[in-house]
Design a binder for this molecule. Structure first.
Ligand code: SF4
Ligand code: SF4
Length: 206
């Protein structure tokens, strides 16, 4: 079975990230890890919020009936920085498992990364982490304004890492690889016309 373009791009991104990180010194790897520390705190906060307020409804609505709108095939955009951070946090075996999922994909309607044990990423892509369907949001937020405000604050925090109206971590991670001579269609902060316009309008990139 021919590999889809989506899977091909994912494979290439994972392989180039793994290859380049292998070339870096331990000191440099520690430096990059320090750079993502704040982001990891943010991710832990989002995960805790999701677990506390959404696990019950998601289990009830989707996981028991297997009708989830989450984790559909090629339904998510993975940012290049998602791949970098995931590889940074993963063991070799975990990266192999991601590649194995891509190489052995047999199609279907579920995300290529969804296995029987859940998502094969060590730290799932940010788009997945921040996704809440309308049903879940209406159920949880309709009776609780304070909770909705906390979610909106988390969304604003997300933008500090991903939205390039100024220098952000996701842009920096792409830059690290671009300077080393790599390129990938997943580098949306350097290739997406919409995000390039955001950068241009901000006047903070030269
Ligand atoms: S966010 Fe919505 S679609 Fe996704 S698992 Fe929860 S209830 Fe299901
Ligand atoms: S990457 Fe993981 S969390 Fe995201 S859609 Fe695929 S299986 Fe679900």
């Amino acid at each position: 079975m021919k590999m889809s373009e989506y899977n091909q791009q994912q494979v290439e991104a994972f392989m180039m990230v793994r290859h380049y990180l292998h070339c870096l010194s331990r000191a440099r790897i520690r430096q990059v890890k320090r750079r993502v520390r704040n982001y990891m705190r943010f991710r832990a906060d989002v995960a805790a919020f999701q677990t506390l307020h959404f696990s019950e409804i998601c289990t009830h609505k989707c996981f028991t009936s297997q009708t989830s709108a989450c984790c559909g095939r090629e339904g998510i955009a993975t940012f290049f920085a998602d791949v970098v951070i995931n590889v940074l946090l993963s063991s070799e075996v975990e990266v192999d498992a991601v590649l194995q999922a891509l190489f052995t994909d047999r199609g279907g309607f579920k995300c290529v990364y969804l296995t029987e044990d859940g998502c094969v990423w060590r730290l799932k892509p940010i788009v997945c982490e921040m996704f809440l369907c309308r049903h879940a949001k209406e159920n949880v937020f309709s009776a609780n304004d304070a909770l909705q405000k906390r979610w909106e604050r988390l969304r604003r925090r997300e933008r500090r890492y991903t939205w390039p109206s100024g220098p952000v971590l996701f842009d920096e991670m792409e830059e690290l690889f671009i300077r080393a001579g790599y390129d990938s269609p997943l580098m949306y902060l350097h290739h997406s016309p919409g995000l390039l316009r955001v950068k241009e309008r901000s006047g903070k990139f030269h």
